[in-house]
Design a protein around this ligand. Structure first.
Ligand code: BES
Ligand code: ZN
Ligand code: ZN
Length: 466
């Protein structure tokens, strides 16, 4: 799909017309006979009139994104070559609908079913400098989301820690970022034994990725992003039941989101310094696997009693958070992204991310940015009683709680242990376990990865630079 911005009433094969629910004005008789009610996600193509009618029930941004996605999906069923739309809705929202709704993952289809590229024209009254900028930046953001979707959808045998590191190197070259890759020897040297333990039984060696973006002008803020990059989570010796193991290629979603954000940051021209740190690891079984009952010593010296090898993400993140705080001084914000707990999905549903941290104001800022960008998020407040449930009899902390309740929060509180005092109020943990991977298509997300975390974070960055 080629998306264009124009002021001309261009002649295209089809005109897309958004129709408010029950407010059908044109072709009334015909549309009525086709039982078109202009409901959400409803579309009718009247080829003779050269019109594609798409319904919407509310006027909020996300409803419009879904309507536009419905339009492009309808067009993708045909061989129609061009279409246009004239609308007063926000340009960024229209771009999202087209670019995110058009996404397909065909890497593993043996028959090439891709149709000819369609030319789509968004007609606006005038194109000022701002309009052009919004258009281009939103396309960059959507491209990043789609790239992240590709990473996550790729099968675990084709995307392992080394692949992730290579993708980071590629991004660093394209976007002129600094890129440092730490192999297992380097991780050992840095005493990152919790992270190393998780990857020990895998034939794929663990990697830590560290990307850095520094703006040309003096940075107003310094931000660190840390991502869980479990390229596969079998559960380890605390093996997952088969039904729960499928889709665990998506356990690299946090790390992949960080890659996507780093890929876009330079294109947005924001005066912030951003570090992207990813723990790329595969959690497998084998004679060399780490075990329940093992005691691991994290980078900061914390001793961790392993009681479940499936609570591996927090072990990888613990070391990565320590690394981040040791390597980057005077941090303004530190955000981590992880498909950390099934409990978060149970608690808030599969569409919503859980936002946690010690600083309520900051938590709500991130929630607001998520909603502004089209992502769903909600806060999950910490409390000292749940913190106590992580106590270990023989080590400093357990990697699982002694209660089965509040699992998303106890996982967040485990991470909190590794946040230095000076950063306690600057840290936010984002559990994307629900929205990261879509089993049954919703909104403008087809089956597979959604790219959760990318848009909310870029919106958060923008809000910091306002
Ligand atoms: N990667 C999983 C969490 C997950 C579950 C992500 C479902 C996406 C969808 C994580 O490593 C895990 O297995 N967590 C355990 C923690 C438990 C052992 C305390 C879980 O949620 O069951
Ligand atoms: Zn796990
Ligand atoms: Zn996991």
């Amino acid at each position: 799909m080629n998306l264009n911005l124009t002021t001309k009433e261009i002649q295209t094969d089809i005109q897309i017309v958004l129709v408010k629910h029950k407010f059908i004005k044109e072709n009334k008789k015909l549309l009525k006979s086709l039982n078109f009610k202009a409901s959400n996600e409803e579309a009718v193509l009247l080829i003779e009139s050269k019109k594609l009618y798409v319904g919407f029930e509310d006027e909020d941004d996300d409803t419009i994104r879904v309507a536009i996605a419905t339009a492009i999906k309808e067009l993708n069923k045909t061989n129609i070559k061009s279409a246009s739309i004239k609308t007063d809705f926000k340009l960024s929202v229209i771009v999202d609908g087209f670019e995110l709704g058009n996404y397909q993952f065909n890497k593993y289809k043996s028959k090439d079913e891709t149709k000819d590229e369609k030319d789509i024209y968004i007609i606006v009254d005038k194109i000022g400098k701002d309009t052009q900028k919004i258009f281009e930046q939103q396309i960059s953001i959507c491209n990043a989301v789609n790239k992240v979707r590709d990473f996550i959808n790729t099968a675990p045998d084709d995307f392992y820690p080394d692949t992730m590191a290579n993708e980071a190197i590629k991004i660093s070259k394209e976007s002129k970022l600094k890129c440092k890759i730490l192999d297992e020897d380097a991780l050992e040297e840095k005493s990152m034994n919790a992270m190393l333990a998780v990857g020990r039984a895998s034939r794929h060696k663990s990697k830590l990725i560290h990307l850095t973006y520094k703006p040309k002008k003096k940075a107003k803020k310094k931000i660190v992003l840390v991502g869980k990059g479990l390229t596969y989570d079998s559960g380890g010796l605390s093996l997952k039941p088969s039904d729960f193991m499928t889709t665990m290629k998506s356990d690299k979603s946090g790390g992949s989101a960080v890659l996507g954000i780093m890929d876009t940051i330079a294109k947005l021209n924001l005066s912030i310094e951003v570090h992207g740190i990813i723990g790329a690891v595969e959690n497998m079984i084998g004679g060399d696997a780490y075990k329940p009952d093992d005691i691991l010593v994290a980078k900061d010296g914390t001793t961790i009693e392993v009681r479940n090898t499936d609570a591996e993400g927090r072990l990888v993140l613990a070391d990565c958070l320590c690394y981040a705080q040791d390597e980057v001084k005077d941090i303004d914000y530190i955000l981590d992204f992880a498909t950390l707990t099934g409990a978060c999905v149970v608690g808030v549903g599969q569409y919503t991310s859980g936002i946690m941290g010690n600083n309520n104001i900051l938590n709500y800022q991130v929630v607001q940015s998520a909603w502004d960008s089209g992502e769903l998020a909600t806060t999950l407040p910490f409390n000292r009683y749940l913190k106590k449930t992580l106590k270990s009899e023989i080590a400093d902390i357990c990697n699982i709680s002694n209660t089965r309740y509040g699992g998303a929060i106890t996982a967040g509180l485990f991470l909190e242990h590794f946040i230095k005092d000076e950063n306690k109020q600057k840290w936010v943990h984002i559990d994307i376990a629900g929205p990261a991977f879509v089993e049954h298509s919703w909104g403008y997300n087809p089956h597979g990865a959604s790219g959760a975390g990318v848009r909310m974070t870029l919106e958060f960055f923008r809000s910091l630079c306002k």
